[in-house]
Design a protein around this ligand. Structure first.
Ligand SMILES: [Zn+2]
Length: 494
């Protein structure tokens, strides 16, 4: 529903403030002001999706844009060139840090406010949604005083949050930590943070050369974007520094491929790399209203292949007054690769991709993004549809999987059928249906830490008139303890 303002009587200053307070309260990551030939459309990105927020009438349109430009320190007499600005102020009792960008369009200036909220990263790496298995791997990696640890994923996949959380853990008085960032997204006490300024020639490579003369223990490079930065990162790590950085790739395997494509000495790269954390954000199923439905053949095959378990049903989004279409907040899906000696050798020797894939995923020590995501699906934290949306399943399984291809052909037919039976997949509190869904099936294998113990007390509660499943029965008596998946976690945009 659109937010109404009294544009005739309310001051523009107040309207802008109220919009920002609203955005902060809604946990929005961005506010968009889109000019049309007449009005200004205001939208907010919440949990990764843009949603309509308000329509600003023509008479206020220009003033509102000007007000934002003033508070973000932009030149208000310039409207034909793009500009960048920032707002750092208190809104609704919260300190808010915002980046503002304006872009001249044919209908006027489009302004986007990005809200930087790092309250998440300050809570520490235990709250990042890492499975217990992955968390232990990350803790082991960051305990090594040298090497490169990369966090990978697209923009908005929570990379920075993960990096800041690791830095927070490493931030002790006996360490000299220097970061080079573009932009510095959050200021943390105890860190020496450098802001890149490419307009005066202060780029990543330039700053890094100086940093190495500043006796650092730990270096954080905002992003490895070019060969030169990659080379300096490698050299820094092999001379005894721990280097944290991010790179724009989608999984561990592609990260190695991308790095070896860069102009970096392979034997040095092999030596330097210690770990890769790949990350995605999935919308989190609203625990208040999620329902369950039968799993399709395709879903059964994918889950069987990825996790080695048989499932009958899956959790599904429903929608209630507390969420948006059945989703609320986001959870991180991760893949953590510990670079073994074999993988180091493979990097040095330019091993082909399919062989490298076997080394990376073959020994079962690396849970793929798909496996981590599907576990979170089975545990009711997110939906199968979400995982399908954010992870390329075929890429994950490797090319040429016949069974999967056939299942995929059958999938479109299934989807049509599912849509026709939408009613049948509505939330259920029916004992029989729940039993059918969550009782372990006969030939379930015992691997992947999956324990499908069905909690009968839970079912009794449903019978006594509790409406919907609020806790996943699979989570009980399960190795996936609370620490592994914190259901209260809401990831921010990045
Ligand atoms: Zn809900």
């Amino acid at each position: 529903m659109l937010r109404e303002f009294d544009y005739d009587n309310q001051a523009v200053v107040d309207i802008v403030n109220e919009m920002i307070v609203d955005a902060v309260n809604k946990n929005a990551s961005d506010i968009h002001f889109d000019p049309t030939p007449t009005v200004l459309k205001v939208r907010m990105r919440i949990d990764g999706e843009l949603m309509d927020y308000a329509i600003v009438p023509e008479i206020v349109k220009k003033n509102l844009t000007t007000r934002i430009k003033i508070i973000s320190g932009m030149n208000i007499t310039e409207s034909r060139m793009p500009q960048d600005g920032a707002i750092k102020s208190e809104f609704g009792g919260k300190d808010v840090d915002m980046r503002v960008s304006s872009l001249p369009l044919v209908n006027g200036e489009k302004v986007v406010i990005r809200i930087l909220d790092y309250s998440m990263s300050l809570q520490g790496i235990e709250t990042l949604g890492l499975s217990d298995y992955n968390l232990q791997k990350v803790l082991k990696m960051i305990a090594v005083p040298n090497g490169i640890i990369l966090t990978t994923g697209a923009t908005g996949s929570g990379k920075s949050t993960t990096n800041y959380s690791i830095l927070k853990r490493l931030n002790t008085p006996d360490k000299n930590i220097i970061t080079v960032e573009d932009p510095v997204e959050m200021q943390i006490d105890g860190l020496n943070q450098v802001q890149v300024m490419s307009e005066i020639g202060l780029n990543f490579a330039e700053v890094l050369r100086s940093i190495l003369r500043q006796d650092p223990d730990i270096i954080m490079i905002g992003e490895i974007r070019d060969d030169e930065t990659a080379r300096i990162a490698v050299r820094a790590s092999i001379t005894g520094h721990l280097v944290l950085s991010t790179i724009h790739t989608n999984n561990s395997l592609n990260t190695i491929e991308r790095l070896t494509d860069m102009d970096v000495e392979r034997y040095l790269l092999g030596t330097a790399l210690t770990g890769i954390i790949s990350q995605r954000l999935a919308k989190r199923l609203c625990p208040k209203c999620r329902g369950s439905r039968h799993a399709s053949e395709y879903e059964k095959i994918v889950i069987k292949k990825a996790l080695g378990i048989d499932i009958q049903g899956l959790y599904t989004p429903v929608g209630c007054s507390e969420c948006l279409n059945g989703y609320k907040g986001r959870i991180a899906i991760q893949e953590v690769l510990d670079i073994t000696t074999e993988i180091k050798d493979a990097i040095t020797n330019s091993t082909p991709k399919e062989e490298l894939r076997k080394l990376v995923y073959g020994n079962g020590k690396t849970q793929t993004l798909l496996q981590d995501g599907l576990k979170k699906v089975v545990n009711g934290l997110t939906s199968f549809e979400e995982i399908l949306r954010i992870i390329d399943i075929e890429e994950d399984f490797g090319e040429g999987d016949e069974e999967l291809k056939n299942a995929l052909i059958g999938r479109s037919a299934e989807l049509t059928k599912q849509n026709m039976n939408k009613k049948a997949i509505a939330p259920t509190n029916n004992q029989e249906t729940l039993n059918m869904f969550f009782q372990p099936s006969g030939n379930m294998s015992n691997n992947m830490m999956m324990n499908q113990n069905y909690n009968y007390n839970q079912a009794q509660k449903f019978n006594k008139g509790m409406n919907l499943p609020q806790t996943n029965p699979n989570l009980n008596n399960n190795m996936m303890n609370q620490q592994m998946y914190n259901p209260n976690m809401i990831m921010n945009q990045r």
